[in-house]
Design a protein around this ligand. Sequence first.
Ligand code: GLY
Length: 260
Amino acid sequence: AREMLVDKKFGSAGQKIIVEECLSGEEASILVVTDGENIVPLVSSQDHKRAGEGDTGPNTGGMGAYSPAPVVDDALFSEVMESVVKPTLEAMKKEDAVYKGVLYVGIMLTDDGPKVLEYNVRFGDPETQVILSRLKSDLAELMLATANGDLSGVELEWDPDEYVCVVLAAGGYPGSYEKGKEIKGIRDAEQEGALVFHAGTKLQDGKILTSGGRVLNVVGKGSGIKEAVKNTYKAVEKISFDGMFYRKDIAHRAIARVKA
Ligand code: GLY
């Protein structure tokens, strides 16, 4: 509070504080696309918001994700659709604000059932990196059908493999960090079969340099979460830049479920 209100760490964005009920539990991200009438669900995923292993340290924009999130079973998914997604879209319609596009519902699975943490009217980052990597249907056709009110009967095809995204961040993030560090090994990571998405990078004199807090997203896959994690970290280890850090435990909850 002092950093925000007195030191003005976030400038004008940090001048107001809202005190909310503290919700404890496991988080999950449920995304759908809607044309205002029809709702097409996307596959489930889970973000890792804290900077450090074991969900410790400061909150970040997201340090990694995986899909599917086994905590979102069919019963939970139906509950969120019936008690959150459908009423939300209905209420928007009643307010003459018919919504077409991606609706992202961030939920906390508390002992009292799922509670909404946040809505976003966009894809999630880094959830999108794993969700869209699994999508086998044509994204452009899906977006066009969404805009044209044409989603009736649309069923999406997904890769049944499990996907993991590890965010490579600049030392100091989410606090202050340096930029302009040369990044090496992206090709080698891709040769391991990973997809490497750029976030905070820039091309200068033929070199790829860091230019943000969350620098790269490395996405790997496997048949089962353990294989997906192993393949992803094998690719991550090929990449380096001065000060680079990443969480070593992405998908730990899904792995614990496999062990349980
Ligand atoms: N991953 C959280 C968000 O995109 O807001």
